[in-house]
Design a protein around this ligand. Sequence first.
Ligand SMILES: [Zn+2]
Length: 475
Amino acid sequence: MIRRHPLAIAICVTLAACAREQAPPFDLVIANGRVLDPESGLDAERHIGIRGGKIDVVSETPLKGGRVIDAARHIVSPGFIDLHEHGQQDESYRMMVRDGVTSAFELEVGTGDVAAWYAAREAGQIVNHGVSAGHIPARMKVLGDPGQGLLPAGIGGSGTATDAQMAAMEVILREGLAQGAVAIGFGSAYTPGAPISEIERMFRVAAEGGVSAHIHMRGGLKGLQETIAAAAAAHAALHIVHVNSSAGDEIDGFLTAITAARDGGQDVTTEAYPYGAGMTEIQSALFDEWQTWPEPRFALHQLVSTGQRLTRATFAKARAAGGTVIIHGRSEEQTRAAIASPLAMIASDGFIENGRGHPRTSGSYAKVLGKYVRDDKTVTLIDALRRMTLDPARRLERRTPAMLNKGRIKAGADADLTIFDPATVIDRATYEDATIASAGIPYVIVGGQLVVDGGNVTTARPGRAIRAPIATKSR
Ligand SMILES: [Zn+2]
């Protein structure tokens, strides 16, 4: 549509309207919704016409479609983009999508084999998906860690790497980037054997590849300052994962330090999930000191497989057997401070396996919208949506141009959309049952197809790989 000459506007609009009348109907139309787009600031009733998986038009007048969804009294938002999701399988995707997520990334731990990771999901998934090349799995591979899960259970975490071993990790990370990894993942909290100099060396690989470094850091506020300094020295873009749990009661100091780095011109971003408990593998380095704990501390730990709170004896047993544990203990004020910060993107850090997991997998987005936006008025709606859509898209788009078409509602953008009722949206998953879907999100669209229709997950699998451009091998 040409709209350059002011005198031509009336004719063009008329012609466009005529063409629209005569054109075959859109594949799908979202009618009468309150459309919010954090990039343009649009907040108005509009009709969205979808064709070929893309948003074709955002119109003030009604449109005809093969199917028309009446979104009256509902918000139409860009689909939510989760930068921290370990559950990269159908069972987790089924929960996340009912929480409004349309693109899910595993960027913290990542993978040691990027090509295989994408190949395993090639048939199409419920949501779009992507991965980082991970320092943790690279280190586990190079040092020969015995861990069977995501995280080191021995030498991969605690061992010291030689110069040659670090060079071998760099090779794995570079290979991952060449295969289309969208970031590099780190977990210095899980690799206490890696000095900050090793982390900085791997940050340099991220800088060289033009990707952000996503890190679950260690060491509280001092650790944050060290991590920010290492990223600055390496000229790497830095993303601090789950600032709520990494900071704990130092949340104000964390947010101040990140703001200061940003004000100084450094590329530092962060994320949070809206729950007071964390979750991780019980054999990981986070619990290496467990034998020194006072008795009451064990009761803050809840075994995911059974929902049971632990004692010294049952903790010892579970630590030997392996598995996942939920860690209670942060205050509501700490969670609220993280969620209130305009710096914090919303990211779930979730997964569900065999019906068990953390409620953040299933409820993070609805909880922010229902509790923190509507009920508590801690965050404005548009700010919350920006941190669920546009900000995560922008974090990745420099290296992964596919993200330029996500996180926005405009003609030409991917038709990834979440439609929710602002009066009823809320999380329902609990620490005892994380498989209860969020309420108030009746329709979710991925690539122009309904993946949630009337609150139910459909059989459509339009979710595609989101990958950075793959390097073609030169001689
Ligand atoms: Zn995580």
